[in-house]
Write a protein that binds this ligand. Structure first.
Ligand SMILES: [Fe+2]
Ligand SMILES: [Fe+2]
Length: 220
């Protein structure tokens, strides 16, 4: 291996390690936030699904933790205690409708979209470790978007349009919060060979696609 290849390899591993730790912590926080929310979910279908999701996220955490161990990189948490508490507090404070938006559109749908962008650049072991988690996320997103659509259909048309228009601002707020935590996400993505600007573009396209889909029953 040439000198610069060795350096690139070290930088790749360290950054991928950080991304994996971050992803695992988010799964863990999703597990806890969803578990807390089961108690006041509005219907049995939601309670049953969310209980399954809690099991899925727990499995994702296990898979990722054991992969990170084998990968051999730094396991120091990316999010500190206070940041984790802020995350849980945020989700506790939300109405059911806002919970669906923040959890399933922002964290689940757009978060896994960002992770998907990293998969092609990842080493085979990392790619394998992401397979089951990313497969399950499709289910979680389908549930969340379905429930969100149900809730929106209960609103008067004007309120519903106003809510849809407010979604990008909710997502921007969460995104700004992540950046505000001083976590240099662009640097982590770039270091593993993903063009961060492209990742952002893809995530924004997915966001628009979700918003268009949510708006559709209105037009029908
Ligand atoms: Fe997950
Ligand atoms: Fe999930």
């Amino acid at each position: 291996m040439k000198q610069n290849e060795i350096v690139n390899d070290i930088v790749y591993k360290a950054s991928m390690g950080r991304l994996l730790v971050m992803y695992t912590q988010i799964d863990y926080l999703i597990m806890r936030a969803v578990a807390e929310r089961i108690a006041d979910a509005p219907d049995d279908e939601s309670r049953l699904f969310m209980a399954k999701q809690v099991g899925d996220e727990s499995r994702h955490v296990r898979i990722q933790q054991s992969w990170i161990k084998k990968f051999g990189t730094d396991t120091t948490p990316v999010f500190g205690e206070l940041q984790q508490e802020m995350f849980l507090q945020h989700f506790r404070s939300l109405s059911w409708l806002d919970f669906l938006t923040d959890m399933y559109v922002c964290v689940e749908a757009l978060g896994s979209e960002a992770v998907e962008q990293v998969v092609p650049m990842a080493d085979p072991g990392t790619r394998q470790s992401l397979k089951t988690p990313l497969q399950d996320e499709i289910d979680h997103v389908a549930f969340g978007l379905g429930k969100l659509r149900d809730e929106l259909s209960k609103l008067p048309e004007k309120k519903c349009s106003a809510y849809l228009e407010s979604i990008p601002a909710r997502l921007d707020f969460l995104d700004d919060t992540l950046h505000g935590l001083g976590i240099d996400v662009p640097a982590m993505f770039n270091a593993v060979g993903a063009d961060y600007q492209e990742v952002v573009q893809t995530v924004l396209q997915r966001r628009q696609q979700i918003l268009d889909e949510l708006a559709q029953p209105l037009a029908a």
